[in-house]
Design a protein around this ligand. Structure first.
Ligand code: SER
Length: 320
C-alpha cells in the first residue's frame, strides 16, 4: 500500500486512525476523506483532506485518480441508535456507500479495502457469553443488518474477484479525541466526560448492562495488525471478533469512583436499552489471535485512568 484513502476521517475511529496511518506511511500518502463535518486542525495540518462522500461515486473516483489511491478504509457509517431513527439512511450510507467503495476498488485494482464490522451483527438469539465468531447472526437493528450484509459482501469480493478485503467486528470503542455519535455504546464515553464536568452521570442503559468494549489504542492496534497481516494466511476476512474487555455499567462507575470518590450515577434507560440487550456480553476472539496474532493491552482500570487524565486536560483548557 502506498496511497491510502480513509473515508469517514472526521469520525471517532477515522480521526485517530488517519493520524496513525500518516505516522506510518507519511502525511502526504494518507488522504483524509471527510463529508460535512469540519475536519480538525490535526487532520488538515498533517496531510491532504478531500470532501468525499461514499455515496458520490464521481467524487470518489476523482479522489482515487488524483492521489493514485491503492487502498481504501471505509469508516463512514450510520451507527445503531441513529440507524433506528432513520433506517433508510442507515441502509443507504452503510450499503450503497460500501458497494460503491468495493466496485471502485475492483475497477482500480486496489491492493486492500478495509470494511469495518461490529458486535451489532449479533442479535437476541446469539449466545451471549464468549460469543463465537461463527454463530447465529440475526440482528434486530438496521445497523446490524447492514453490518452482516457488509461482511458477506466483503467476503464475496474476496472470493469472486480475489480483492483483498478485510474487516473486524469492533466492540464499543472508547476514546477522548473525537466523541462518538449515534451509537448505543456511547454511554461508556459520555460517563468520563460527565464525571469530569459534573461529577455525575445519568446513564441511558441500566446498571447491569454488560457489553464488549475496547480502548482506542487497542482499536488502532487491532486495525493496523489486521491490515498488515499476510493475506495468504487469513482463513477469514471480514468478520473477525476482537475482544479487549467486558464490563457492566456498575463496574464502569466503580472504576470512575476510584479516581473521583464523589462521583454519582443514576439510570434512565431509553430505547437504546433494547439494542444493548440484543448484543453479547463478551466475544471469543480466538480466530483473530490465531490468524493474525491479536492481543489487547488495556483493561478497564488502565483505560479509566488514561481517559480521566486526558479529559481533565481538555476541561482545564476550556475545550469541553
Ligand atoms: N458502537 C456501535 C454502536 O453502538 C457498535 O458498533 O452502534
Amino acid at each position: 500500500m502506498k496511497n491510502i484513502l480513509v473515508i469517514g476521517s472526521a469520525g471517532q475511529i477515522g480521526s485517530e486512525l488517519t493520524l496513525e496511518l500518516r505516522r506510518i506511511y507519511g502525511g502526504d500518502n494518507v488522504v483524509a476523506g471527510v463529508r460535512k463535518t469540519k475536519p480538525s486542525e490535526k487532520l488538515t495540518s498533517t496531510g491532504p483532506c478531500e470532501v468525499v462522500d461514499a455515496l458520490n461515486t464521481d467524487a470518489l473516483v476523482e479522489t482515487v485518480k488524483k492521489y493514485k489511491i491503492d487502498a481504501i478504509i471505509n469508516m463512514a457509517a450510520i451507527l445503531s441508535a441513529t440507524g433506528e431513527n432513520n433506517p433508510m439512511l442507515a441502509w443507504d450510507v452503510n450499503m450503497n456507500g460500501l458497494i460503491n467503495v468495493l466496485e471502485i476498488a475492483r475497477e482500480y485494482k486496489m491492493k486492500q479495502v478495509l470494511v469495518p464490522s461490529s458486535i451489532a451483527v449479533f442479535g437476541p438469539t446469539t449466545p451471549v457469553d464468549n460469543t463465537p465468531q461463527e454463530t447465529i447472526l440475526k440482528p434486530t437493528t438496521m445497523y446490524g443488518v447492514t453490518k452482516v450484509a457488509g461482511e458477506l459482501l466483503g467476503d464475496y469480493y474476496v472470493k469472486k474477484y480475489g480483492l483483498d478485503v478485510r474487516g473486524l467486528r469492533y466492540p464499543g470503542i472508547i476514546s477522548h479525541e473525537t466523541e462518538p455519535g449515534g451509537g448505543t455504546t456511547d454511554y461508556a464515553v459520555a460517563i468520563y466526560y460527565e464525571a469530569v464536568k459534573h461529577n455525575k452521570y445519568t446513564c441511558f442503559v441500566n446498571e447491569d448492562t454488560r457489553l464488549p468494549m475496547m480502548y482506542m489504542p487497542d482499536c488502532l492496534k487491532a486495525t493496523l495488525d489486521l491490515m498488515h497481516a499476510d493475506f495468504s494466511k487469513l482463513e477469514h476476512h471480514c468478520d473477525f471478533n476482537v475482544g479487549a474487555m467486558s464490563f457492566s455499567v456498575k463496574e464502569l462507575a466503580e472504576s470512575v469512583k476510584k479516581h473521583m470518590p464523589g462521583f454519582e450515577i443514576d439510570y434512565k434507560p431509553d430505547e437504546r436499552q433494547a439494542i444493548a440487550d440484543s448484543w453479547p456480553n463478551s466475544v471469543d476472539d480466538s480466530l483473530a489471535r490465531k490468524e493474525w496474532g491479536w492481543k489487547p493491552e488495556f483493561d478497564l482500570d488502565a483505560m479509566t485512568q488514561d481517559m480521566l487524565k486526558e479529559i481533565k486536560i481538555k476541561h482545564e483548557k476550556g475545550l469541553i
